[in-house]
Design a protein around this ligand. Structure first.
Ligand SMILES: O=CCCC(=O)O
Length: 501
């Protein structure tokens, strides 16, 4: 890649330049990799500026990080739930105190707009606050009524051990705290692997963990871009890693499940989706448009719950399309630091190419281009941008119907009846999010029960909240993050039976 090396000045964008960290974290040490190799982090907004050069880790780095996690687990697991709750509160205070710098790092590594990055830091913070509260509640055991009168049985909830947090690039900080927050609340220690595209916010967060007073080794960070296969395998096959939590693709989820099988790790898998949006004839048009744009364009269409198939009932289809075209035209695309911009770039040139391929495939199978450039643009040298696009006449034979586009392409399909909408919506191997727009409570009750996903938004395009269980069904994975169930993923239940005769 031809790159402009701008990272010497990158840290000076921060109010606190000491949050600009480019070394991996192993215990008290900030290190280069044993491989002596590095990789570049590139600003997606221009596709060429190198904003940081980061260690390319290998299996030896993983072993060191796990050893450090394991050593610290021996003492950290013995802290009280109250102590862990207090520490998480402090970590949350520090996160919010550094919101501007964390947001700057997210804008630079991911490309999203500053408003979205600030919203992400707040979302990330909400998991720390939530699990600070859950630390004590979620640590409670139970007394079991034993069948044998001479026995007393009670349960304890204990931390599972060293956990691996494998992060995506689309919400790099929020997905970090959604995993690290409950792990620390439960008394686990973590080896964290951010996505190669977006390591900077995680490395800054690790510094805040230190400042919050956590013992060294509670949160270790290894980084990789090109060597992800070796690093991932080393983590999954390591016998001292007891749990892996992944947010990523279904393909990677299956690989991790198979690599973790030899040591029978507990797994949480938050994988890909192909979210349907169903807009019924009686929907409130303004709410439907607002919801579809939120579900489709958040992080430029790059969330696992992004609306992918927009199913619109015949009676409202034309009005919906006209209103959507008018509204989408107001979405200015550009540099995330420009306040007038509402849509940032995609993460890589490959992501742009995927959008182009999906649009071209749809057009070749009979879709109509209702909004957007023709012909579909290829990746250009000026940043990883794909312009907002609307397609109509989507059918099952098109790639968009079966694969996440992960970009600002709105693909609309007509339907006539409720049954038909459900059949199309459920015609997918994955089931993470779904959205329904209707003003009829009976329709909402019937359809939400029949939609095959882990989450459904009714008259809203936003499913995400720290208090709500986030996760999927089918090949979208298993386990729930956030909510009162999120901490259980990092615990074991131990039953203690005592003979009192
Ligand atoms: O992309 C995955 C997570 C999205 C969210 O938490 O809203």
């Amino acid at each position: 890649m031809s790159a402009t090396n701008g990272h010497t000045s990158e840290g000076s964008r921060l109010k606190d330049p000491s949050l600009f960290n480019t070394k991996i974290v192993v215990g008290s040490r900030r290190l280069d990799s044993h491989s002596n190799k590095t990789f570049d982090v590139v600003y997606p907004g221009d596709g060429k500026t190198v904003i940081a050069t980061i260690p390319e880790c290998n299996a030896q780095d993983v072993n060191d990080a796990v050893a450090s996690c394991r050593e610290t687990f021996a003492t950290f697991s013995q802290t009280t739930a109250r102590q862990r709750s207090d520490m998480l509160r402090k970590l949350n205070d520090l996160t919010l105190a550094n919101i501007d710098d964390l947001a700057t790092l997210i804008v630079r590594e991911n490309g999203k707009t500053r408003a979205e990055a600030v919203a992400e830091v707040k979302y990330a913070s909400s998991f720390l606050a939530w699990f600070a509260n859950m630390a004590e509640i979620g640590a409670q055991g139970e007394t079991i009524a034993a069948a044998n009168p001479n026995m007393r049985i009670h349960t304890m909830r204990q931390p599972i051990g060293v956990v691996a947090c494998l992060l995506p690039w689309n919400l790099p900080l929020a997905m970090a705290t959604r995993k690290i927050g409950p792990a620390l609340a439960a008394g686990c220690t973590c080896i964290v692997k951010p996505a190669g595209e977006t390591p900077l916010s995680t490395l800054a967060f690790a510094e805040l963990v230190k400042r919050a007073g956590y013992p060294d080794g509670c949160v270790n960070v290894v980084t990789t871009l090109d060597n992800v296969a070796e690093v991932g395998k080393a983590i999954c096959e390591h016998k001292h890693v007891r749990k892996v939590s992944l947010t990523g693709s279904t393909r990677v989820g299956k690989l991790i499940a198979s690599q973790s099988a030899g040591t029978l790790k507990k797994l949480s898998m938050e994988l890909g989706g192909n979210s349907p949006v169903i807009v019924m004839n009686d929907a409130n048009l303004d709410k439907a448009i607002e919801g579809v744009l939120m579900a489709k364009l958040r992080t430029s269409g790059q969330t696992c719950v992004a609306a992918n198939r927009i199913l619109v009932q015949n009676g409202i289809h034309d009005k919906f399309l006209a209103a959507l075209k008018e509204k989408i035209a107001t979405y200015k695309q550009g540099d995330g630091e420009d306040d007038s911009v509402k849509l940032g770039p995609l993460i890589t040139a490959r992501a742009v190419e995927k959008c182009r391929a999906h649009v071209e495939d749809a057009l070749s199978h009979g879709a109509t281009l209702a909004y957007g450039p023709s012909p579909p643009p290829t990746p250009s040298s000026g940043g990883f941008f794909y312009p907002p696009t609307i397609l109509t006449n989507l059918t099952s034979s098109m790639l968009i119907s079966s694969e996440e586009t992960f970009g600002p392409v709105v693909a609309i399909r007509r339907f006539e009846t409720e049954e038909e909408a459900l059949e199309i919506a459920n015609d997918s191997d994955v089931g993470l999010g779904a959205y329904l727009f209707t003003t009829d409570l009976r329709i909402a009750a019937r359809m939400t029960a029949k939609i095959e996903t882990g989450m459904v938004g009714v008259n809203t395009g936003m499913l995400s909240a720290c208090e709500s269980p986030f996760g999927g069904v089918k090949e979208s994975g298993f386990g729930r993050e956030g909510s009162k169930w999120g901490m259980e993923e990092y615990q074991i239940i131990k039953a203690v039976t005592t003979d009192i005769s």
